[in-house]
Ligand binder design. Structure first.
Ligand code: ASP
Length: 346
């Protein structure tokens, strides 16, 4: 009898140990959605950081290159696309938003990471920020140097992105952009430098946090940007066309006509200064607004709040590329002119 009790106790202790060991091995689940970009880029030479081929390496190669990921997360990869980011289409945006939305609803998912080319990273980040409803971390990351470069920034950026995706402090902050040791809000951040790794910034709103090694350090408690809308795209298969026109002295009014003739349902101007336009363009904007085609007046200056001026809809805090995403989603929802104005903070 005593022997039976002792063996039973041994069995219980053994099972408990096995359970504890298994629990210790189990890391939070993170899915990495790869879309291409320089982070997956490959060049002929290790000093070539500009004429490489973007997006050629698969997500499995990116994950393998950072064995440290295994120490912090149970990582799996999904290859969504292998694109240079100017080629990211509305179809890719919709696919990403829908798939990530579903993945975040799974119990085993702690967060997701999207790898992306930096040139249009802010557009995808903003789109996801406005269309995904979850408190779980969604982190978008890229690199300025291809994987083949000396001091490639991709591996550390990826480790930091996954580290943010498993971090409870990263929850309920909207989509995060992790690049170059910094954490930014997808709502505000923009690419500010064509070639250097220190490129993603929000001049007015700043960063949400930084990294010390692979540990995220946040400066603030979670906060929601003012006037942040949500758009449900789960049932959409396509989005309306919105184009951006860049303003300059003596601008050509015919470009606006061409955009509308080519199917644009909305126009965004990267206007001069506080969104100002030439007299000819002003007249055209009045006409288009009268025909129910919204025209957003953003600024080519790189920062600042575009305020209410004579014609069109001022973009508020949104640059032209973010304005395009917001107007696209508003039009897809069927918003009227007044609602569109409210989305832009009027
Ligand atoms: N052309 C690349 C892209 O956006 C640049 C980068 O990823 O840094 O895909």
């Amino acid at each position: 009898m005593r022997r039976a009790v002792v063996s039973w106790l041994f069995a219980v202790v053994f099972l408990c140990n096995a359970f504890v060991a298994q629990a210790a091995d189990k890391h939070p689940g993170v899915t990495i959605y790869a879309t291409g970009g320089t982070i997956a880029g490959s060049a002929e030479s290790s000093t070539d950081t500009t004429t490489y081929q973007s997006g050629v390496l698969g997500v499995d190669v990116l994950i393998k290159a950072v064995p440290q990921l295994k120490d912090i997360a149970d990582v799996s990869g999904v290859q969504v696309a292998k694109l240079n980011s100017p080629d990211v289409s509305q179809a890719v945006l919709l696919k990403l938003s829908k798939e990530i939305g579903k993945k975040l609803a799974e119990k085993g998912t702690h967060g997701v990471v999207v790898t992306h080319g930096t040139d249009t990273l802010e557009e995808t980040a903003f789109f996801l920020d406005l269309t995904i409803k979850s408190k779980k971390p969604v982190v978008i990351v890229g690199a300025m140097r291809p994987a083949t470069a000396i001091s490639a920034d991709g591996p550390m950026n990826l480790l930091q992105a996954v580290s943010a995706a498993v971090d409870r402090n990263a929850e309920d902050r909207g989509v995060l952009v992790v690049m170059n040791d910094r954490i930014g809000s997808a709502f505000y951040i923009t690419k500010t430098n064509a070639t250097t790794p220190d490129t993603f910034k929000a001049a007015e709103q700043g960063f949400l946090g930084t990294f010390v090694g692979d540990k995220a350090k946040f400066y603030y408690e979670p906060a929601k940007p003012v006037n942040k809308p949500h758009f449900d795209v789960s049932k959409l298969d396509s989005l309306p066309k919105v184009v951006i026109l860049y303003s300059y002295q003596d601008e050509d009014v015919a470009l606006l006509d061409a955009a509308v003739a080519n199917g644009a349902k909305g126009i965004v101007f990267a206007g001069t200064g506080n969104g100002s336009l030439s007299k000819g363009m002003e007249d055209k904007v009045v006409e288009l607004m009268g025909r129910g085609i919204p025209v957003i007046r953003s600024t080519r200056t790189g920062s600042g709040w575009v305020s209410d001026i004579d014609t069109g809809i001022p973009s508020g805090c949104f640059n032209a590329q973010k304005s395009r995403i917001l107007l696209t989603l508003a039009l897809a929802e069927g918003a009227n002119m007044d609602k569109i104005k409210r989305y832009f903070g009027m």
